[in-house]
Design a binder for this molecule. Structure first.
Ligand code: HEC
Length: 243
């Protein structure tokens, strides 16, 4: 009986503890960079939630590593947030990391004067979903209609393309052209004006698209990928403006 009383007395304390702490694991490269020491105290100060670093990802409620939602890029990789628990503490940390304040805090980390981390380069989840099944002919039209305002998307169909914007032929020459196209809506400058149906969030109410938005579906994107796959890459040895 005494044991039971003790447990009951402890329960509210336990619940409190979960609200006020989060067991956290970050990939060693991130810890060594000093990033975690930079962000954890700032988050804790703001929320009173304590970040407890654990050595084993299996025991963590939240992990920064290769899986989950793309959060930022740096040190040659894109880092993802993997939320594994629904305790208040873990949720608040995830919310903070994905908030503007959180990403600004991460991107302002510059131990030697240069920022180490940027916005995520490619959103892994969606890249995996897009497959080369689209119809290249439909993709040619979609490219011209949706991207041709800024990019030259085909030869001999004039009047479009902004000189300083790389042509599709130039970009086809990039070794990682496929992941760049699959995640283009996430890469600058597109995020501000692109809506990918069922994937992107609506534009924030205080930041509407600055230009007529591009709206496309995953089918459009797959078709564009099929079209670009079929293009002969430009010869990158020549000056870009001639391609
Ligand atoms: C309003 C102008 C505009 C439109 C419309 C546009 N882009 Fe771009 N895009 C740019 C600019 C400018 C760059 C170069 C950005 C840079 O170099 O940082 C770019 C770069 C890219 C890149 C390379 C990104 C990188 O970081 O490697 C890809 C891929 C791309 N665009 C795909 C597309 C596709 C696909 C569409 C149509 C569905 C499209 N863009 C529509 C302006 C545009």
């Amino acid at each position: 009986m005494r044991v039971l009383v003790l447990i009951l007395a402890l329960l509210p304390g336990l619940a409190m503890a979960d609200d006020k702490r989060v067991a956290f694991y970050a990939a060693p490269a991130l810890v060594e960079s000093g990033l975690i020491k930079h962000i954890a105290p700032r988050f804790s100060l703001k929320t009173q939630v304590r970040v407890e670093i654990v050595d084993d990802p299996a025991q963590a409620e939240l992990v920064l590593g290769p899986e989950g939602r793309a959060l930022f890029s740096g040190l040659g990789e894109t880092w993802h947030l993997d939320l594994r628990s629904d305790t208040k503490g873990a949720q608040r940390f995830a919310e903070w990391l994905t908030s503007q304040v959180g990403s600004r805090t991460i991107q302002s980390f510059a131990p030697d004067g240069d920022a180490l981390f940027t916005e995520p380069k490619v959103q892994k989840v969606v890249v995996a979903k897009v497959e080369m099944t689209g119809d290249a002919v439909a993709g040619q039209e979609a490219s011209w209609a949706k991207c041709g305002r800024c990019h030259v998307t085909e030869r001999g169909r004039g009047g479009f393309g902004i000189g300083s914007t790389p042509s599709f032929f130039v970009m086809r020459g990039f070794e990682d052209w496929e992941s760049r196209f699959a995640g283009f809506y996430f890469l600058k400058p597109h995020a501000a004006f692109t809506q990918l149906e069922g994937v992107t969030d609506p534009f924030p109410i205080d930041r509407p698209s600055p230009i007529a938005p591009i709206e496309l579906t995953l089918d459009d994107l797959e078709a564009i990928l099929a079209y670009v796959a079929a293009l002969a890459p430009a010869d990158l040895g020549k000056p870009l403006e001639h391609q």
